[in-house]
Design a protein. Structure first.
Lengths: 163, 440
């Protein structure tokens, strides 16, 4: 993190803390911010930055971060592809979509492609059951997605024009 | 077409814009409410018999009246809206927040006046990023226009945890802790957020409040059924031709919802099972299609309306597989605080896996029920119960299918079930291998 990013992170967290009667409530927002600054996951130094800005211990910050699925404590790819396989999506054929991504990406769910571009994972119900199967690409919902749309999604992420 | 209250005008107008919402009479009910004494407002909501749309169906007016009035409390009271919609099958709050955020905000502010609170917190699940943005923008627009007065509204983003939809876990999470349920009593209206009196209500419940004031109690109670007036946004999903959200009067039957609105089972297949209130509730069979979808009628028929999330299952699905997939969800989402839920959900997954793979014995079916009994009612929150309601009902209502797995030494669908081999996030976990009390 650059000095500028560090200063602005610190300021943003202080701003968040002022929004709550008890400033510890800002920890989730601070973790979201830190994760964004660190390429989509929370390395130990990110937890330390949050701890410092929140005036909490790194151990406490880690205890909170490790509870929630969206805080990632291991490195992730530049992009993320997530497929919901809960009941409604499963009934609508989500496993076919999982298989198609597995084939297209060459990695199993839970893994990152060798080039570090895409982390592929399964998720629990995302709240798109009426538009199943639900696929979440870089935190944005695509719904519904059939196996035939999978190559286009992967290609889109891998094309150099995309940040 | 039935009268809409929650999603009224949302198809015709872009209600995410303050001007558009105001053009339909938006925020006028807030003005009306602020002209009423708080106790009068609570009485109005009580008389309208508005019941919570988040799952438990608790009367909102009653909940408000449990919050000590301003002169009988030492500190501030809070309004917390539960927008952590995570029940498998439910996607109604998402639509409400995305399409009519101001009606929801208006409901929050009316509730705040009722309990004389100056602080509203909206806890929205982290995955709903687009909805978070829409809602935050609406909050800022309303704030800028002076709608809030001296009340503050904070939109708080969660980070992926089903348990945080449980109100006491939500409060811990909002306080900056791991989201684990609290022992009760005390209940949130007495001791909630920051130990202050707190009114916790679901998005749809709050979004239903403006219509009560607009229509008046006498007209509002004409919608729906006598014990539970009003509309509900039913989330219809699964093997149905037209899945989606349908705002209809409470008491609409399953048959009307699935066949009239949802145009029947997809691909003309046979109907096998219906989950009437999200994955956590006991399953219904096709002979129960005429059950009206209101709190009391669904309960009398042996299930719960829950979040009114209706999942249609056609005859291609293996019920053991469905139970296994549901159970893996509860295992994954158990917060780990209470032993019966934390360990029991793992045992249920292992037993179901054995049965599905053809290694189950007759005794395993009894053991499955025995484990269910040892979880039910023995945890601080309802997640443990949810993990049991679904699977126990699959065993009870589809006993022959479970029995066939034992008798045939494998799945009678022979690899042809519609959900064959579906993986769950917990299948990917390598960091916490499960202990194996039941040898596979």
């Amino acid at each position: 993190m650059s000095e500028h990013t560090a200063a602005s992170f610190h300021d943003s967290v202080q701003q968040l803390r002022r929004r709550y009667p008890d400033d510890r409530s800002a920890i989730m927002g601070a973790l979201h911010l830190a994760q964004g600054n660190h390429g989509g996951w929370l390395p130990p130094e990110a937890l330390e930055e949050v701890a410092e800005a929140m005036e909490l211990t790194p151990a406490y910050v880690q205890s909170v971060a490790s509870f929630y699925d969206m805080y990632r404590l291991a490195p992730v790819g530049r992009h993320s592809i997530e497929v919901c396989t809960n009941l409604s999506c499963a009934l609508a054929g989500a496993q076919g979509v999982v298989d198609a991504f597995e084939e297209q990406l060459g990695v199993a769910p839970g893994e990152t492609t060798e080039d570090g571009e895409v982390t592929f994972r399964l998720i629990e119900c995302a709240g798109g059951c009426g538009y199943a199967p639900v696929v979440v690409v870089d935190n944005r919902y695509r719904e519904p997605v059939g196996p035939d749309q999978v190559p286009t999604i992967v290609e889109e992420l891998r094309s150099p024009s995309r940040g | 077409m039935a009268e809409l209250t929650v999603l009224r005008d949302a198809a015709e107008r872009d209600l995410t814009k303050l001007g558009e919402y105001r053009a339909t009479g938006g925020y006028q009910q807030l003005e009306k409410a602020r002209g009423m004494a708080p106790e009068e407002l609570i009485e109005t909501i009580s008389n309208a018999k508005l019941r919570g749309r988040g799952g438990a169906g608790f009367a909102m007016g009653r909940k408000m009246s449990l919050v000590p009035p301003a002169d009988k409390r030492s500190g501030p009271a809070y309004v917390v809206s539960n927008a952590d919609e995570s029940e498998p099958g439910a996607f109604k709050d998402r639509e409400i927040m995305r399409r009519t955020p101001h009606r929801f905000i208006e409901g929050c502010l009316i509730a705040a006046h009722g309990i004389q609170s100056k602080n509203v917190f909206i806890y929205i699940r982290g995955e709903y990023l687009t909805e978070f943005e829409v809602l935050s923008q609406a909050v800022e627009e309303a704030r800028g226009a002076g709608v809030f007065g001296d009340t503050d509204v904070v939109v708080h983003r969660g980070a992926g945890a089903y348990i945080c939809g449980e109100e006491s876990a939500l409060l811990d999470s909002l306080e900056g802790k791991r989201g684990q349920p609290r022992p009760r009593p005390p209940f949130p209206p007495v001791t909630g957020l920051y130990a202050g009196p707190t009114l916790v209500n679901n998005v749809q419940t709050l979004a239903s409040v403006p219509a009560i004031l607009e229509l008046g109690v006498a007209r509002y109670v004409q919608i729906g059924v006598e014990a539970a007036p009003g509309t509900v946004v039913y989330s219809l999903s699964g093997n149905v031709n037209r899945p989606g959200n349908y705002e209809l009067p409470l008491g609409t039957t399953l048959r009307q919802l699935i066949f009239d609105h949802g145009h029947g089972v997809a691909e003309g297949r046979g109907l096998k099972a219906i989950i009437p209130g999200g994955s956590s509730v006991p399953v219904f069979t096709p002979d129960q299609l005429d059950v009206p979808l209101d709190f009391d009628a669904v309960q009398a028929a042996g299930s719960f309306l829950g979040s009114a999330a209706v999942i249609v299952v056609d005859d291609r699905a293996c019920m053991v597989q469905l139970g296994l997939r549901a159970e893996k969800f509860y295992m994954h989402e158990s917060c780990g605080k209470c032993t019966p839920c934390r360990e029991g959900t793992r045992w249920l997954v292992q037993l179901l896996e054995r049965i599905e793979r053809g290694h189950g014995t007759q005794g395993d079916l009894d053991l499955l029920r025995n484990v269910c009994d040892r979880i039910l009612g023995k945890s601080l929150c309802a997640l443990g119960d949810f993990a049991v309601y679904c699977v126990a009902s699959y065993v009870d209502k589809f006993y022959d299918e479970f029995q066939s797995h034992i008798d045939q030494g494998g799945c009678p669908f022979g690899g042809e079930s519609s959900i064959e081999g579906v993986l769950a996030p917990s299948d990917m976990h390598t960091h916490s291998p499960m202990a194996s009390p039941v040898p596979a």
